[in-house]
Ligand binder design. Structure first.
Ligand code: PEP
Ligand code: MN
Length: 355
């Protein structure tokens, strides 16, 4: 249930609603939107009647939320959530489409710095790179771990690009959160509920990837695990699902973009690299994702894709990435959006390095 407050409701009115709900044994989540404040009530609502709240000062009306994903639902919050990254250096969910780019894995200090500079040069405003890698085979490269996080932090220092990187286990959350600007939950961990709760209990933004065989509804229920633990800075990522099709690594489900936009207020990130698995398909599907309404793209870029330790086949060269960025600007303009450009601070970071 949500209790919708009147535009002029005071903090005392909102406080009274919260106390009343908590006295009935349910959890409360006040959500402050541009146009209205609502108090979402979650938990066992069997003893809670709408009339109790309807009569309170400052209350406009109450609504039952039909969807099981209460806090992530568009009904609870009609305005888009905008996720602020690195103290507002990057904002995802507004009119500007953010491009995050970088290698699948951090392989060395030189590699990540070189790629960070190249993607920045082409116009990316965030850097991706895995330090902890979920690999299909236990014999494959598992990531540089802590060293990888340190190299990412150094690449951020040099370029000013905030960093997104995967956290695979609950006990790694404090360590990864210390280095990363955004925590990535990988597709294989979409339903790792303990991990979702742990990233929900801290405040760094989270990008939750859709599971390999996860439905859109399951993805939203997983986001709910994070949000209901207190962290509203969540983005949902479509990265392709497993189907009977073998022409591509995964089936990039672009339907998910407008479906999620309609059902939820959380920003949507599209990952055409994992979605297709083939670098020659990445530009077309990146353009399609922007046209479909994605709020951000996450793309794998490597200076020598054929020598990459992971996902080389789907990695763009920096040159191809730069060409793609130009066409993305035209697509974004055609749908009344813009590709986010680096901030002044980020521009300065590169000038310092060049000096
Ligand atoms: C990745 O981003 O490199 C990755 C491992 O992605 P996913 O979890 O979507 O497979
Ligand atoms: Mn990858």
């Amino acid at each position: 249930m949500i209790v919708v407050m009147k535009p002029g409701a005071t903090a005392a009115d909102i406080g009274a609603v919260i106390r009343k709900a908590e006295s009935m044994g349910v959890k409360t989540h006040p959500i402050y939107g541009d146009n209205r404040t609502v108090v979402a009530l979650v938990g066992d609502l069997t003893r809670v009647t709408r009339e109790v709240f309807d009569q309170m000062d400052g209350v406009l009306h109450t609504l039952r939320i039909q969807e099981p994903y209460k806090l992530s639902s568009r009904t609870t919050r009609p305005d888009n959530t905008i996720v602020d990254i690195a103290e507002g250096k990057v904002r995802i969910g507004g009119n500007e489409v953010v491009v995050m780019a970088g290698p699948c894995s951090v392989e060395s200090r030189e590699q990540i710095i070189e790629i960070a500079q190249a993607v920045k040069e082409a116009g990316a405003t965030m850097l991706r790179g895995g330090a902890f890698k979920p690999r299909t085979s236990p014999y494959d490269f598992q990531g540089l771990g802590l060293k990888g996080l340190e190299y990412l932090a150094e690449a951020r220092e040099v370029t000013g690009l905030p960093v997104i990187t995967e956290v695979m286990r609950e006990e790694q959350v404090p360590m990864v959160a210390e280095y990363a600007d955004v925590l990535q939950i990988g597709a294989r961990n979409m339903q790792n509920y303990g991990l979702l709760q742990a990233v929900g209990r801290q405040q760094k933004p989270v990008m939750l990837k859709r599971g390999i065989s996860g439905t859109i509804r399951e993805l939203l229920m997983c986001a709910e695990y994070i949000v209901s633990n207190g962290n509203y800075n969540v983005m949902l990522c479509e990265r392709g699902i497993r189907t009977y099709e073998t022409a591509t690594r995964n089936t990039f489900d672009l339907n998910a973009v407008p479906v999620l936009k309609e059902s939820s207020h959380l920003p949507i990130v599209a990952d055409p690299s994992h979605g297709t698995g083939l670098r020659e398909l990445v530009p077309a599907m990146s353009r399609a994702a922007v046209a479909a309404g994605a709020d951000a793209l996450i793309l794998e870029v490597h200076s020598d894709p054929d020598a990459a330790v992971s996902d080389g086949r789907q990695s763009l060269t920096p040159e191809d990435f730069a060409t793609l960025m130009q066409s993305l600007r035209r697509i974004a303009a055609a749908v009344d959006r813009k590709i986010a450009a680096p901030t002044k601070e980020q521009e300065q970071a590169s000038q310092l390095v060049a000096a």
